[in-house]
Design a protein around this ligand. Structure first.
Ligand code: ZN
Length: 265
């Protein structure tokens, strides 16, 4: 071979060894075992899928019908001339500390209607609510608006589970109240709540802040509907509560001046 031919040959060899693999190319796996044999297995013809056998679900207990009017015995008044504030669906790490700070600054207390699974998730907030002198209300384990329509044993289990979660965070805190989510009460539920030592708490002023009206509207709705002894329903959890927080900066001092803000009795 002439020297030039040798060079070209050598260069070709180098390219063949180094250039073809490329970065990251993994070597082909070496198939092991008899399956690596050259003769492919015959492809089985597709079988018709067996029809799923119908699973027999246990019959769901029918929901009790909701009464046309609210049952008797609900607490809708504060029990004194002052107005009582209630905050539902928490605790929530974004808004509960904000409302606690506002209440602390105004030297007033409120009632927090806690959802059991939220209490389990944020026990430190439950402890803070109790430490700062607020009252507690059981608001069901998972905010079940149909809870009152379920079998009595189910209602009882739900309320007890929620109480346990609250007490895990604040062991000796009294849980005075129960509030049915959505206010969809049944007489049967009231009975269960009373058996557990929980008083049924409704409200008299509802600005519907859960529907995210602007703060101005929340203020107007609360101020026009409030009077001595009102129980005001608002939310510190369950969605964006920025407007409620803004409204409360005005509402708390206003209500305090006009009626006084009191604990529920
Ligand atoms: Zn609620």
């Amino acid at each position: 071979m002439r020297p030039r031919t040798v060079m070209v040959f050598a260069l070709g060899l180098v390219l063949l060894v180094t250039g073809c693999g490329g970065p990251g190319k993994t070597p082909e796996k070496v198939a092991a075992g008899p399956s690596a044999s050259a003769t492919p297995k015959p492809v089985p013809s597709p079988k018709p899928k067996p029809k799923p056998t119908p699973t027999v679900a246990p019959p769901k207990p029918k929901l009790r019908p909701l009464p046309k009017t609210l049952p008797a015995g609900l607490h809708r008044r504060s029990g004194s001339p002052g107005v009582a504030l209630t905050f539902d669906d928490g605790p929530d790490p974004r808004y509960t500390p904000q409302i606690l700070a506002q209440l602390r600054a105004a030297h007033v207390t409120a009632t927090f209607c806690l959802v059991g699974r939220q209490a389990k998730r944020y026990p430190e907030l439950v402890a803070q609510i109790v430490r700062e002198g607020h009252q507690l209300c059981n608001h069901s384990w998972r905010h079940d608006v149909d809870l009152g329509r379920r079998p009595l044993a189910e209602i009882r289990a739900d309320l007890e589970r929620t109480n346990r979660a609250i007490h895990a965070a604040a062991p000796k805190a009294p849980i005075t109240w129960f509030r049915q989510p959505g206010g969809r009460w049944t007489a049967e539920e009231l009975t269960v709540a009373r058996q557990l030592g929980l008083r049924p708490l409704h409200w008299s002023v509802d600005p519907q802040d859960w529907d995210h009206p602007p703060a101005k509207k929340i203020i107007k709705r609360v101020e026009s509907a409030s009077k001595h002894g009102s129980v005001v329903l608002m939310h510190d959890a369950g969605g964006d509560r920025t407007q409620t927080m803004t409204a409360c900066r005005r509402l708390i001092p206003d209500l305090k001046r006009r009626y006084g803000i009191v604990q529920l009795r």
